[in-house]
Write a new protein. Structure first.
Length: 499
């Protein structure tokens, strides 16, 4: 069974002087010599080294206290999640699944072998608590694919202890720099091994600074494509907010295709948008359930104990857990499906050879601005139409449609913001406020439907349904408050729109 460790470390170039004295670092009471460790790691990747291009590493390592398979996923500069699995002869299925959005089923093969002699020191405080591990690594790299090649170097690595304060590494960094030690030019040993033994093949070129309308949209779409791919392993690991972030990225791409049809040929993008809609729908089954469960649990927690009649909390927990368990298994199957992997390939192909129309070559201000204004006008009409309806199901449906178009306008404004500046950013913020209000209204509609269902089940089981009715009434009040606020909010948004 795989386990996860948050790895926070910094790497430095080393000379013959080895590790400088670190006893002067604030908080360090002693530097303990832990001896020499021999490490032997074989790194796996696809033949065209897709993991390396994404700064993802997968290795099988022997030696040291953590021998086994290690998958490292980038989180932030100097920060990675290391997911570990026991030693085996082949790549563990659990780790292979976490890189599937990048490998797309291509075989994982040995690409680099790193053998390191690691001289380890422990930095401890006055109580003997480990603050960080510092080591001097003598590394021998051997390329196992392409034309082969070898390299040797020495580096210093400082890794924060589990649960430690990242600010401590800044103190160590200051001491090392004072001693003349410079940060490594490579973010990892594997990256340096590639650089010194022939480089990473098929490196994706860095796009030039956006100039045209097409340039700006493609830059935005690449960001969303990358977010979708990078969220895949987080969704599989059931990390907080991962499903939401992946779903939002799919929506942003689809909205961009629809809004900017004057720039990107919809005859090509519409089928891709349909697949993105499908994936967003699959993701939404889990996300919507998660949001609704959180809302109802919070509402129940706000009630005085005397108003909670019967096993309401237990029934709600059982309902949420059963639904979540079902959708989780289904969602992982969706991510593993040939349909999802084909969609990822299609997105790559579309961005590599985009279906640009003539207006794509024009300056972005007029082209993107016109599209965003058109979306905003649609939102205006929908809000006005919804407010003309009496409270009830028809108005609920109309407000939901207005919310969906407001989201599309927000994403369009975000895509255009690098070219249009402040007015587009202001509109995106306004649409975020609008979708927040309308989203709370829609969540109330869904919460009332769920409470009605739960109350029927509870009543059939002979339980007191009073609390469900009380919660239902409170949700009605929240929806009514949102409807009262909408005209005031819209008046401010409409008056401030100057795109």
């Amino acid at each position: 069974m795989a386990e996860t460790k948050r790895e926070i470390e910094r790497k430095y170039a080393a000379d013959k002087g080895g590790l400088p004295d670190l006893t002067g670092v604030a908080g360090v009471a002693a530097v303990l010599d832990k001896g020499l460790v021999e490490l032997d790691a074989t790194y796996y990747d696809t033949a065209d080294e897709r993991l390396a291009r994404s700064s993802v590493t997968l290795r099988r390592r022997t030696g040291g206290s953590d021998a086994g398979w290690h998958l490292k996923l980038p989180i932030a500069p100097h920060v990675r999640d290391e997911i570990r699995a026991p030693l085996s002869d082949t790549v563990p299925d659990e780790l292979a699944a976490l890189v599937r959005s990048r490998t797309r089923g291509a075989p994982l093969v040995p690409v680099v072998r790193l053998r390191s002699s690691r001289d380890v020191r422990h930095l401890v405080d006055a109580a003997g608590t480990l603050l960080a591990e510092a080591s001097v690594d003598e590394v021998h790299a051997e390329r196992l694919n392409r034309a082969g090649g070898t390299a040797r170097w020495t580096e210093i690595e400082v890794e924060l202890a589990d649960g430690g304060d990242p600010a401590f590494l800044a103190k160590v960094d200051k001491q090392l720099r004072k001693a003349g030690v410079k940060p490594s030019a490579s973010p990892s040993k594997l990256a340096r091994a590639f650089q010194e033994t022939g480089g990473v093949g098929a490196r994706t070129p860095v796009p030039a600074k956006p100039v045209t309308a097409g340039d700006h949209l493609l830059a935005y779409l690449r960001t969303q494509r990358d977010a979708i791919v990078e969220c895949d392993p987080a969704v599989r690991r059931d990390l907080p907010d991962a499903v939401h972030r992946m779903r939002v990225a799919t929506r942003r791409m689809r909205s961009t295709f629809r809004t900017f049809g004057a720039v990107l040929d919809r005859a090509v993008t519409d089928p891709v948008a349909a697949e993105l809609k499908w994936l967003a729908g699959e993701l939404g089954a889990d996300r919507d359930q998660e949001v609704l469960a959180e809302r109802l649990t919070a509402a129940l927690g706000d009630l005085p104990p005397g108003l909670v009649h019967g096993p309401v909390r237990e029934r709600l927990t059982t309902w949420a857990g059963a639904r979540h368990s079902h959708t989780r298994g289904h969602l992982v199957a969706v991510l593993d499906s040939t349909r999802t992997l084909a969609l990822f390939d299609t997105l790559d192909a579309l961005l590599a050879d985009p279906p640009l129309r003539k207006k794509a070559a024009k300056k972005p201000e007029a082209v993107l601005g016109a599209a965003v204004r058109k979306d905003f006008a649609r939102v205006s009409r929908l809000v006005a139409a919804a407010l003309d309806l009496p409270p009830g199901g028809d108005r609920d449906g109309a407000l939901h449609e207005a919310r969906k178009k407001a989201k599309r306008t927000r994403y369009a404004a975000e895509a255009a913001a690098p070219a249009l500046g402040g007015p587009a950013r202001s509109l995106a913020a306004s649409m975020k406020s609008l979708t927040g209000l309308l989203g709370d209204h829609q969540d109330s509609v869904m919460a009332r439907d769920t409470l009605r269902e739960l109350s029927v089940v509870a009543h059939a089981a002979g339980e007191d349904a009073f609390t469900y009715g009380l919660l239902y009434g409170r949700e009605e009040a929240r929806a009514a408050a949102a409807e009262r606020e909408l005209p005031r909010l819209w008046k401010r948004i409409d008056a401030g729109a100057d795109l």
